[in-house]
Structure formats: structure tokens, C-alpha cells
Write a protein that binds this ligand. Structure first.
Ligand code: PXP
Length: 245
């Protein structure tokens, strides 16, 4: 099974919000990512709206032709927003306003009743429900219990270990992802993975049997800034040259 790629466009919105202007527009980035062959667009609407804005989601719903996956904190207000927008999937993620990026998977096991209620509301509104969890048995069992359609395994510990750990530690993290994928599939859960994946560490995760999709943002946008810079500078040089000679 060829693993699908969901491109997370939050990082484009982060650059825009640094200036609170109109560019770069994450909606334009989503169009380009789709034209380049990705299979889905992922956007995290944080409660503090530090990067992606309500307006982005409304426009993305009208333009994304592949699959729109909206990541939100599990709150009444955010779930209601999702129902209004109607993405194809909602991924529930834990949110801490102080964090630079999502720090861990959701502790679903500790809030079964609360998460069940949100999952049911989403499914009743024809939105697939996914929960971002660490690859741990207790959390996979809890995701099954709350009725999720999908789990997204947090690959951040694997990614950090690839940079800082030994081969044995990397293999340990890969085994956890592998074993938890098998368990999730056994329970009928579909499996996505993401966070911290990059051009150096993605291959072993993409090769795990049973993972359907990888969600990747920072490394793709980071590379785009560099490989696209030549064209961006060249275009500006050309505009200035034409206007001034
Ligand atoms: N999945 C989730 C739940 C995330 O919070 C993020 C980061 O926004 C990603 C995937 C993508 O991670 P990265 O930007 O490190 O590729």
C-alpha cells in the first residue's frame, strides 16, 4: 500500500502571522502542495489562533480537492467550529498554550467520557474522527474505546531519537510504532503518523505495514523556503530591473 502524504500548512501561516499581513497565504500553499501530488492538507487551528485563522479553514474547505484534516483541541467551541466548516477529518490533539509545538499525544485513557462525546458528535456530523496519541498500548485501547476511526501516532520521540539517540534507541522507537500499528489495526482503527518527520528519518516509518498516511509540515516548508528562494529572488530582481531600466 502506497502511504499517503498530508502536508501541514501551519508553518506558512506562522510566517504570515509574524507580520500580520496577507502573505504568504496558507490557502495558496495548499493549492501548490496538491498540485505537487500530496494526498491531503492538514491545518491546526489553535485556540490562541497563533498561526492558522478561522478564515483559512473556511477558504480551505472551498479549495482543497484532496482531503482536509483539521487539527483541534478537544473543546466544545472547537468541535462546533469544525462542524460548521465540515473538514473530511478532525484530529483531536492536546493543546498547551505555552508549547512551541504539540508536545505529546493525547492522554485519551484519562478522559474517556469527554473524548467519546466529541468523537460521537463528529461522526454524527459525517466527519471522520482521529486522535493524536503516543504509540502506547493504553492509548490505543482508549482510542478504540472512545470510538475513533483513526489514530495518528506521534512520531516526535522517534524523530528526536534519530537526531540524538543510538541505533538501539531508534530501533526501540520504530518497534513501538510498528507494534502499536499492528494493535490498532487489530482493533479496526486506521493508522496515520506524524510530527518531526523529515527527509532523513521518514523512510523507516513509511515502510511500516499498516500505516496509511504521514502528516508532515515543518521539514517540507523549511526545505521549500530554501529551494524556492532562488526563484523568489530572481523574480524580484526581474521586476525591479524592468521597472528601473
Ligand atoms: N501531526 C500533529 C498532530 C501535529 O501537531 C503536527 C505539528 O503541527 C504535525 C503532525 C506535523 O509535524 P511537523 O510540522 O513536525 O512535520
Amino acid at each position: 500500500m502506497t502511504v499517503k502524504l498530508g502536508v501541514n500548512i501551519d508553518h506558512i501561516a506562522t510566517i504570515r502571522e509574524a507580520r500580520k499581513v496577507r502573505e504568504p497565504d496558507p490557502v495558496a500553499a495548499a493549492v501548490i502542495a496538491e498540485l505537487a501530488g500530496c494526498n491531503g492538507i492538514v491545518a491546526h487551528l489553535r485556540e490562541d489562533k497563533r498561526h492558522v485563522q478561522d478564515r483559512d479553514l473556511k477558504l480551505l474547505r472551498g479549495t482543497v480537492a484532496t482531503k482536509l484534516n483539521l487539527q483541534i483541541a478537544p473543546t466544545q467551541e472547537m468541535v462546533q467550529f469544525a462542524i460548521n466548516v465540515q473538514p473530511d477529518m478532525v484530529t483531536l490533539v492536546p493543546e498547551n498554550h505555552q508549547e512551541i509545538t504539540t508536545e505529546s499525544g493525547m492522554n485519551v485513557a484519562a478522559k474517556i467520557d469527554e473524548i467519546s462525546k466529541f468523537v460521537m458528535t463528529l461522526k454524527n456530523n459525517d466527519i471522520a474522527a482521529c486522535i493524536f496519541i503516543d504509540p502506547e498500548t493504553e492509548q490505543v485501547k482508549a482510542a478504540k474505546k472512545v470510538g475513533a476511526d483513526f489514530v495518528e501516532f506521534n512520531t516526535n520521540k522517534y524523530a528526536t531519537t534519530c537526531d540524538l539517540g543510538s541505533i538501539q534507541e531508534v530501533n526501540h522507537e520504530l518497534s513501538a510504532l510498528q507494534d502499536m500499528t499492528v494493535l490498532a489495526r487489530k482493533y479496526g482503527l486506521r493508522v496515520i503518523a506524524g510530527h518531526g518527520l523529515n527527509y532523513r528519518n521518514v523512510e523507516p516509518v513509511a515502510a511500516i505495514e499498516g500505516i496509511e498516511e504521514l502528516n508532515i509540515g515543518h521539514s517540507i516548508i523549511g526545505k521549500a523556503v530554501l529551494v524556492g528562494l532562488k526563484d523568489a529572488v530572481g523574480e524580484m530582481v526581474e521586476i525591479i530591473r524592468r521597472a528601473s531600466t
